[in-house]
Design a protein around this ligand. Structure first.
Ligand SMILES: C[S@@+](CC[C@H](N)C(=O)[O-])C[C@H]1O[C@@H](n2cnc3c(N)ncnc32)[C@H](O)[C@@H]1O
Length: 258
């Protein structure tokens, strides 16, 4: 699936804030190696290099488009580099002391098993922190799935969208980390995002959840799907005096290996 880095960084502050809420709970002192899995355009990975200037900071992503953007971010920072790779095949090295994954693991089916493997492989004292969206049952996603399942779209979109099974609840991630011998903390936050402009929720999901749909439809079909979806979103998220409120639940887990 192709990503559009420019579309993704739109709404920057709202997209970035959970990353800082997550990494604010990682209290590593002077890690040797820090890895950001599903690093996207690299702007947030760069903040890890600023925070830990002595660390080798590596961003891993499977999207060539995202990594092209990230390469420009790494320019001039020798301790920061980006690698093309699939998280599903990634394992920590002996030096990896901080692993961060922000808004990415939901794209990887079976990621709970991966976290178990990474947690087992990390050395004592290492940190693991993850954030995934917890909004798969919110109207934004439920309406998209309902439309994709309608008689008009089902033949073209069968199996393209995943539902609530994409992520677990905070307690389940907590359990995975505790079972692996981590001191762990898991929580959820619903950000009340106030978005500006026409059809702002559609604009938001165009950068993320709608991408699998647009990837398989022709441009004409994509536009037709978006028109119906936008109408449903306008009802679910009406424009108000101060903008459109788009509540966004996110799930976090952080732990340190004992
Ligand atoms: C929503 S973006 C998040 C980017 C960044 N972490 C941030 O918070 O701004 C999700 C990223 O995960 C990447 N991704 C999805 N599946 C992946 C996989 N199996 N391996 C590596 N990266 C993956 C995508 O290419 C995309 O850049």
């Amino acid at each position: 699936m192709k990503w559009d880095p420019a579309k993704y960084v739109q709404f920057g502050d709202y997209r970035d804030r959970p990353f800082f809420d997550l990494t604010g709970r990682i209290h590593a002192d002077r890690p040797v190696q820090v890895v950001d899995l599903g690093c996207g355009p690299g702007n947030l990975t760069a903040t890890l290099a600023e925070r830990w200037p002595g660390a080798d900071v590596v961003g891993v992503d499977s999207s060539a488009e995202m990594l092209t953007k990230a390469a420009a971010v790494a320019d001039g920072t020798p301790s920061l580099r980006f690698e093309l790779g699939d998280m599903a095949h990634w394992m920590p090295s002996a030096d990896t002391e901080v692993v961060v994954s922000n808004a990415a693991l939901q794209w990887v089916p079976g990621h709970q098993e991966l976290i178990r493997k990474w947690a087992a492989a990390l050395r004592p004292g290492s940190w693991f922190g993850m954030q995934v969206p917890g909004n798969f049952n919110a109207p934004s996603h439920a309406l998209m799935r309902a439309l994709a399942g309608s008689s008009r779209w089902e033949p073209k979109l069968r199996g393209v969208l995943r539902g609530g099974e994409s992520v677990d609840e905070p307690a389940e991630y907590l359990g995975v980390l505790l079972d692996a011998g981590f001191t762990a903390d898991a929580w959820e936050t619903t950000y009340q995002q106030v978005l500006a402009g026409p059809d702002p929720v559609l604009e938001w999901v165009r950068g993320t959840a709608l991408r699998p749909v647009l990837a398989v439809l022709s441009p004409e079909d994509g536009a037709a799907f978006e028109a119906d979806y936008a109408a449903a979103l306008r009802e679910a998220y009406p424009a108000m005096q101060h903008g459109t409120v788009f509540p966004f639940r996110r799930i976090f887990a952080v732990g340190r290996k004992g």
